[in-house]
Design a protein around this ligand. Structure first.
Ligand SMILES: NC(=O)C1=CN([C@@H]2O[C@H](COP(=O)(O)OP(=O)(O)OC[C@H]3O[C@@H](n4cnc5c(N)ncnc54)[C@H](OP(=O)(O)O)[C@@H]3O)[C@@H](O)[C@H]2O)C=CC1
Ligand SMILES: N[C@@H](C=O)C(=O)O
Length: 281
């Protein structure tokens, strides 16, 4: 676990390991902020003057991003390099925030990945790790941070699900199930928190040009299909942050992805699933 704080200074910026953390400002905590959609969301939030806390495993990427955002937008940026597959990861994030007296106003549950191919191809540990990162970490972070979020005058939870939340996806079965979980959890929690300071938004991107396909080990056919409809991480992030701040419940970025979800709803499930399976073979 490694961390470092960056603050923009008028005469330049450099890492500053504070002995006494600043208690006057609140932060947006973004998981999976080292690259892809999470990185773009961090930048979108920094652009809107939010201080940011960046969490992922790649320490050097986090360090560079924290420094760049602090310099460019004159905000505070700190990072925590951590493997979210670890059982204690959410508690470690919470303890780190508490030890530095960071107040969280925005929680972005973005970190996640897929494992393509047959369910049986993966070990129990590999499948459980993915479920942990995609579902349990968001749930635990939400539970740990909710008391603090409730105390803000306005606070936000932004959950990144997927177009895969709207249908079963053979050969990405478990991944799609984790995203359906996130969508259903988000909607239910949102209703529970209605009337409180905390707004919950679930964004379900379709194919987005990130490292997702490499990490999921998606084959040539799936990659080519994705390339035809890919959105940029920046476009997804802009829609995500805008929707979060507008207090929307459920958002699918991009017209093609919206139409896709509508078609999935309209068509027989078996046909939709067989079509999806052909893409990921
Ligand atoms: N790209 C796409 O087509 C789509 C993506 N999504 C979702 O968007 C979210 C972001 O993915 P995307 O940006 O595309 O993919 P990337 O692979 O580009 O980014 C994933 C992020 O999650 C972090 N992460 C992954 N595993 C761990 C871990 N064990 N511990 C800590 N951090 C981890 C990565 O950081 P690091 O490697 O440094 O740990 C990285 O910052 C995911 O939830 C994904 O399911 C949804 C729909 C479509
Ligand atoms: N929805 C995507 C993943 O979550 C994809 O289309 O690859």
């Amino acid at each position: 676990m490694a961390a470092g704080l960056y603050i923009h200074e008028a005469n330049g910026s450099w890492p500053l390991f504070l002995s006494k953390p600043d208690v006057t400002m609140s932060y947006a905590l973004i998981t999976g902020a080292s690259k892809g959609i999470g990185k773009a969301i961090a930048e979108e939030l920094a652009r809107r003057n939010f201080n940011v806390l960046l969490v992922a495993r790649s320490e050097s990427l986090l360090q560079t991003l924290a420094q760049n955002l602090a310099d460019k937008y004159r905000i505070k940026a700190d990072y925590l390099a951590l493997d979210l597959a670890g059982a204690q990861a959410p508690q470690q994030i919470f303890d780190w925030c508490r030890s530095r007296q960071y107040t969280i106003q925005v929680l972005v549950n973005n970190a996640g990945y897929g494992l393509s191919g047959s369910f049986e191809k993966y070990t129990v540990a590999e499948n459980l790790d993915m479920m942990h990162v995609n579902m349990l970490v968001p749930v635990q972070l939400t539970q740990l941070l909710l008391p603090q979020l409730r105390q803000q005058s306005r606070a936000y939870i932004l959950n990144i699900a997927s177009s895969a939340a709207y249908q079963a996806v053979p050969l990405l079965s478990l991944y799609a199930a984790t995203k359906a979980f996130m969508l259903t959890f988000s909607r239910g929690l949102r209703q529970e928190l209605a009337g409180s300071a905390v707004s919950v938004t679930c964004v379900s991107p379709g194919s987005t040009d990130t490292d997702f396909v490499q990490r999921a080990n998606i084959g040539e056919k799936g990659r080519k299909a994705a390339q035809k409809v890919n959105m940029t991480a920046e476009a997804v992030a802009a829609v995500s942050v805008e929707s979060m701040l507008a207090g929307k419940a459920e958002v699918i970025p991009g017209l093609i992805n919206k139409l896709g979800a509508f078609m999935v709803w309209l068509m027989p499930k078996g046909l939709v699933e067989k079509t999806a399976m052909q893409i990921y073979q």
